[in-house]
Design a protein. Structure first.
Length: 163
């Protein structure tokens, strides 16, 4: 059963500069990050790991939970899934995550392409405000302005995510 929440997962990598991967949707051509819903009794973090694997074939080692959260209209989810939810479900939460992409991506048929780009270029390309807000937070966290613990977590140096 499709759980009544959505996840958003932002791929990033550190080449010479910090880069983010924006994916192009196959159904409408819009640009976004990895996104999808929970299944059965999955937690948002478990759903993020599964969606990352399904949409990019990447097995993310470190998935960083973000504080950014949005609510999206339930009617963007297919009716067959919405029919399983309480009838008064009109919005669902969207939980955001970041993950370092250390391997090559192989996209599912949900996307027709992807592009690695700078923060500024990704902000200009993204369609949805929730994606832009989560990207802003992730960029602050891993570029260092969000605190040393986040930067150490993102670098794999043992930092922990603050509560």
């Amino acid at each position: 059963m499709r759980a009544p929440f959505q996840i958003l997962a932002i791929p990033y990598r550190r080449e010479q500069d910090l880069q983010y991967c924006v994916l192009r949707r196959s159904d409408d051509g819009r640009y976004q990050f990895v996104a999808g819903g929970g299944e059965d009794d999955e937690t948002p973090a478990e759903a993020a790991a599964r969606e990352i694997r399904e949409e990019t074939s990447v097995k993310a080692v470190r998935i960083m939970p973000l504080t950014s959260m949005a609510y999206i209209p339930a009617n963007v989810i297919s009716k067959k899934h919405r029919d399983q939810w309480p009838p008064d479900t009109v919005v669902i939460p969207e939980y955001a995550f970041g993950f370092e992409c250390a391997s090559e991506m192989v996209l599912s048929d949900e996307h027709t392409g992807f592009e690695w780009m700078t923060y500024e270029d990704a902000m200009a390309r993204l369609t949805w405000d929730s994606n832009k807000t989560a990207l802003y937070e992730l960029n602050c966290r891993i570029a260092g302005s969000g605190g040393e613990r986040y930067a150490r977590f993102a670098a794999g140096d043992g930092g922990t995510i603050p509560p």
